[in-house]
Design a protein around this ligand. Structure first.
Ligand code: SAM
Length: 239
């Protein structure tokens, strides 16, 4: 197996805001700048209608062909783009950062609400409540890098989350990870190899160096590229 090599290291520093507690420990901010009135309204009125329930199995109300999920969608550029480009697909989006949630809601028209389920908390608390084999794709794009060694245990990719992701994907369902951090790419490849439940069918470096044809570029990604970092796109498939 060829690990992606020679990617630049992160210049990102760790968040200085204190971690929050949910069932697991969630790292990162819930709120950045104060929401504008329109954004606040989206979060107060539209979001509760789209939120997954607090307990019990996630209910898929809409009769779409398949369901995809994005974990940590940030400002929602990719998720909103995929919703727009794939009218027959239902989407679950998890993002605890409320400014990001408001941005996504502003990008997605109301008419798409019946095929959208949102979760404004830690995705690790939602995954176990999704029916096994329910998802055809799961995106984890530019997860927080946690560059310091003592913080590596906070990285989203871990044996536990890989188990949870493996469980919710259909056989041959795709788990797509993008990162601009060389060490996170290596970390992911090692954890995936250790897990053993996914294939990584690549033939040439372009299979991980070039954006997938259906990819929608995110703001974070554009910033990383402008800073000279080269993202990789790792497409794993559930065995
Ligand atoms: C570096 S940002 C990337 C955002 C987006 N994917 C993009 O490419 O622009 C990582 C995002 O993951 C979210 N995140 C971190 N831990 C998470 C978790 N446990 N569950 C859901 N989202 C999480 C953060 O709030 C943040 O918005």
């Amino acid at each position: 197996m060829h690990l992606p090599k020679n990617l630049p290291n992160s210049s990102d520093s760790d968040s200085s805001t204190p971690p929050q507690r949910t069932r697991h420990r969630l790292y990162g901010r819930r709120l950045g700048h104060a929401l504008r009135a329109g954004q606040q309204e989206l979060v107060d009125i539209r979001l509760p209608r789209l939120m997954a329930s607090d307990n019990g199995p996630v209910t898929f109300s809409s009769t779409v062909d398949q369901w995809w999920m994005e974990i940590g969608f940030g400002g929602g550029e990719h998720l909103a783009g995929q919703i727009h480009n794939n009218p027959d697909v239902g989407f679950i989006g998890a993002e605890p950062f409320l400014n990001g949630m408001a941005s996504l809601l502003a990008k997605v028209p109301d008419q798409d609400d019946q095929r959208l389920i949102l979760w404004d908390r830690d995705a690790r608390n939602l995954l176990p409540r999704i029916e096994a084999g329910a998802l055809s794709r799961l995106f984890l794009l530019f997860p927080d890098p946690w560059p310091k060694k003592r913080h590596h245990k906070r990285r989203f990719v871990s044996p536990e989350t890989l188990d949870a992701i493996h469980r919710v994907l259909k056989p041959n369902g795709e788990f797509r990870v993008a990162t601009d951090i060389a060490d996170y790419a290596d970390w992911t490849m090692i954890e995936i190899a250790r897990h053993g439940g996914f294939t990584w069918p690549v033939e040439s470096a372009d299979d991980w160096r070039v954006q997938p044809a259906d990819h929608v570029q995110t703001r974070y990604e554009t910033k990383a590229m402008n800073a000279g970092r080269k993202p990789v796109y790792l497409r794993f498939f559930r065995k």
